[in-house]
Design a protein around this ligand. Structure first.
Ligand code: ZN
Length: 348
């Protein structure tokens, strides 16, 4: 039997592993992770040891194949001198927009992630994961996405309005956001992480039209993946975060992406046809309706559909279509069912 790390590596190499690898997304959710060991949510960003111990415990208790952990767009304002509030039982939030106008954006200075305690803490927890269990499980570091970070710097509402009315502002804010994310990505690579995870909900198909995506988002995403490949020997994972159909042709043409993490909004058998037999696809299982609210029979139906649609010949990582807090019993069922149906050669 392969280790989790070997299982994911064989998928990346285009080989057929013993089982379809599974990644449950929960380790990217500060609420899930810290509650699991009875600690406060803010400790995910502020106490590297506790964050590491919690994630390791979740991995050991449930035995999945890829750990997804790292940065949230919510803490990025700190890299630009913004003040972020951390409360015990709440996700962090920025007190006020970092930039009001274009002049402020032009004068912005990006701090090194090493100078900002919460960034240092998250990097340390990733390093502890790699050093301690990186020989048995694939560790993936999340940078967050360019538009998601930009919207945190100026306020989500302002950002979305500017997409209609002030593209110059959008272009300047997304440019410096992209630069900051690249720096964070390089630091993640420096601590030994081999998989870089880049989710960007604010440039999804529910917010941007295909032409907007092509003109304003795609060049920035492409730049990010190119820079990561230049920075180290890493695999890149892109998560466009829902409403993917209108953007699929554009998404497919982004270079330097090794894994596409899609939501349940797209049919994985269609994706397999569009992306071809050699691309690694990830995701597919509905986080809300099935994993959070469904029962094990519903989880089984959906896991079967994803494997049959896109995983018969490898190159699939089963995962929720987006990360979220899965109830413990359903998390256990999801992993068990993935192992039962995902054994190669698959006979579903
Ligand atoms: Zn998502």
């Amino acid at each position: 039997m392969m280790t989790s790390k070997e299982r994911v590596e064989s998928v990346m190499a285009g080989e057929i592993p013993d089982f379809v690898p599974v990644e449950p997304g929960v380790t990217l959710e500060p609420n899930f992770v810290m509650k699991y060991i009875g600690e406060d949510v803010d400790q995910y960003f502020r106490n590297s040891k506790k964050c590491f111990m919690a994630i390791k415990k979740i991995y050991k208790d449930f035995n999945f194949d890829m750990i997804l952990a790292g940065f949230s767009a919510l803490i990025y304002p700190e890299l630009f001198g913004g003040k972020v509030c951390y409360k015990k039982n709440k996700m962090p939030h920025v007190e006020k927009p970092v930039f009001k106008g274009i002049e402020e954006v032009e004068k912005a200075e990006i701090k090194s992630p090493d100078e900002v305690p919460v960034f240092k803490s998250v990097l340390e927890s990733l390093k502890m994961l790699v050093d301690d269990i990186g020989n048995e499980v694939a560790v993936s570091g999340c940078t967050s996405g360019t538009f998601s970070v930009a919207s945190q710097l100026v306020g989500v509402e302002r950002f979305l309005k500017s997409l209609r009315t002030d593209l110059e502002f959008v272009s300047k804010v997304t440019k410096i956001s992209g630069e900051a994310i690249v720096e964070v990505g390089k630091k993640i690579i420096d601590v030994g992480v081999k998989y870089i995870y880049y989710p960007d909900a604010i440039s999804s198909g529910s917010i941007l039209s295909p032409s907007q995506y092509e003109q304003v988002a795609k060049p920035l995403h492409s730049m990010f993946f190119k820079k990561m490949k230049e920075a180290g020997d890493v695999y890149t994972i892109y998560h466009p975060c829902g409403s993917e159909y209108p953007l699929l042709c554009e998404i497919k043409n982004i270079n330097n992406v090794d894994v596409f993490h899609f939501s349940e909004n797209v049919d994985f058998s269609v994706l397999r046809k569009i992306f071809g037999p050699t691309k690694v696809l990830m995701g597919g299982v509905d986080i809300k309706r099935t994993l959070c609210l469904g029962n094990s029979a519903e989880i089984e139906t959906e896991v079967r559909k994803v494997i049959t649609g896109a995983g018969k010949y490898g190159r699939l990582i089963l995962a929720p279509g987006c990360s979220g807090e899965i109830p413990i019993n359903n998390l256990r069922s999801f992993i068990e069912i993935s192992r039962k149906l995902g054994k190669y050669p698959v006979v579903v």
